[in-house]
Design a protein around this ligand. Structure first.
Ligand SMILES: Cc1cc2nc3c(=O)[nH]c(=O)nc-3n(C[C@H](O)[C@H](O)[C@H](O)COP(=O)(O)OP(=O)(O)OC[C@H]3O[C@@H](n4cnc5c(N)ncnc54)[C@H](O)[C@@H]3O)c2cc1C
Length: 320
């Protein structure tokens, strides 16, 4: 016999644990299965999370797990490897070989960052290779910052980071050449433009010191901004008919998401999405809010199902 819960939450990051907290407080039986690899794991602290600003990601998740468990939900280390329909609900396969039945699913798997292919870049991701000024801008204020352009948003990123430091260099790399209007904007903001392929990063004591170009020149930099492709899980929910779609802004593709409505409902009845799995731009506090919103919808969906069953049972008694 497999165990059965009201809601199985796939992924125990900010989105999943926030959803689990609300569901447990709504007196639902909840199991969170979590692989323990939140997207921001390499970062020293979580920023722009009111009352917790700067808390290390692992510490924030440990606090969240304790809160969720305090209301009776189970948080289990592990991986969900497959999901299929099962009478009125779902059967989830776990990597440890067990199966769990659930009436509803909250998909909060987060997303995976695919990084630009520059030697040494992955090792510095989240420390000196940065993607988000709201997460890391304050920490590198007034420092020499490089922008690695790989798409038409390179100039946009350079102009944005200029808010935190006057020493910004735009490496055109594989991105498009700035237009005449962009050249004008960059020059007006004192942003240097460096052409040529970036082939490596220079470090000292594990910290970034410079950006190496194909010709051998090294431009001293303390931090490098690089965009990733942020990808929602592909295969996991395919058997349920839920597959990622491209996410693009201004014609530039930034990754893929599981399509869902604002409150996380998907086209598959009984399955909700929260956090980066459905919204690559969601920061931690936003991901947590999405988990809460989806949890409210899931609980209401269960309330309606239980009400229909109660009415049917009452009618049957009346007819007997
Ligand atoms: C380097 C970096 C720094 C960042 N810094 C900040 C910051 O300072 N402030 C901020 O607000 N945001 C920051 N972010 C964004 C932040 O990481 C996301 O907003 C947040 O992680 C999204 O939460 P989530 O719950 O959707 O996903 P995650 O936090 O990624 O959690 C998803 C969890 O699901 C698990 N999982 C995935 N698949 C499965 C499966 N099949 N079975 C079981 N478990 C599974 C994973 O192991 C993971 O533990 C940063 C991002 C990066 C990349």
């Amino acid at each position: 016999m497999s165990e059965r819960v009201d809601v199985l939450v796939i992924g125990g990051g900010a989105a999943g644990l926030s959803g689990a907290l609300a569901l447990a407080r709504a007196r639902r039986s909840v199991l969170v299965v979590d692989g323990g690899t939140p997207r921001n794991a390499p970062a020293a602290g979580v920023h722009n999370f009111l009352t917790r600003d700067g808390t290390p990601p692992g510490e924030l998740m440990a606090l969240a797990r304790a809160e969720v468990r305090g209301y009776g939900a189970e948080v289990r280390d592990g991986w969900v490897t497959g999901a299929r329909r099962e009478d009125g609900g779902f059967a989830l396969s776990l990597a440890d070989g067990t199966t769990v039945s659930a009436r509803r699913l909250l998909v909060a798997t987060g997303a995976r960052d695919e990084l630009p292919d520059v030697p040494g870049l992955a090792q510095l991701w989240g420390t000196d290779v940065l993607h988000c000024p709201y997460c890391h801008g304050w920490e590198v204020q007034d420092q020499p910052v490089g922008i690695l352009s790989t798409n038409p948003m390179g100039t946009h990123a350079a102009l944005l980071w200029r808010q935190w430091t006057a020493d910004v260099t735009l490496f055109v790399h594989t991105g498009p050449e700035p237009t005449a209007e962009q050249e004008e904007q960059l020059a007006a903001r004192g942003i240097e433009v460096v052409r040529g392929e970036v082939v490596g990063l220079e470090t000292a004591d594990g910290r970034l010191t410079g950006v190496r170009l194909a010709g051998g020149a090294v431009v001293p930099r303390r931090a490098l901004v690089a965009g990733s492709q942020v990808r929602a899980p592909g295969e996991l929910l395919a058997d349920l008919g839920l597959e990622p779609v491209e996410f693009a802004m201004n014609g530039t593709v930034f990754g893929s998401v599981l399509p869902a409505s604002a409150d996380g409902a998907t086209s598959v009845p009984g399955v909700w999405v929260a956090g980066n799995a459905g919204d690559v731009r969601a920061q931690v506090v936003v991901a947590a809010a999405q988990g809460l919103a989806a949890a409210g919808q899931i609980n209401m969906d269960l309330v309606l199902e239980e009400t229909r069953a109660a009415v049917a049972a009452r009618t049957a008694v009346g007819a007997a």
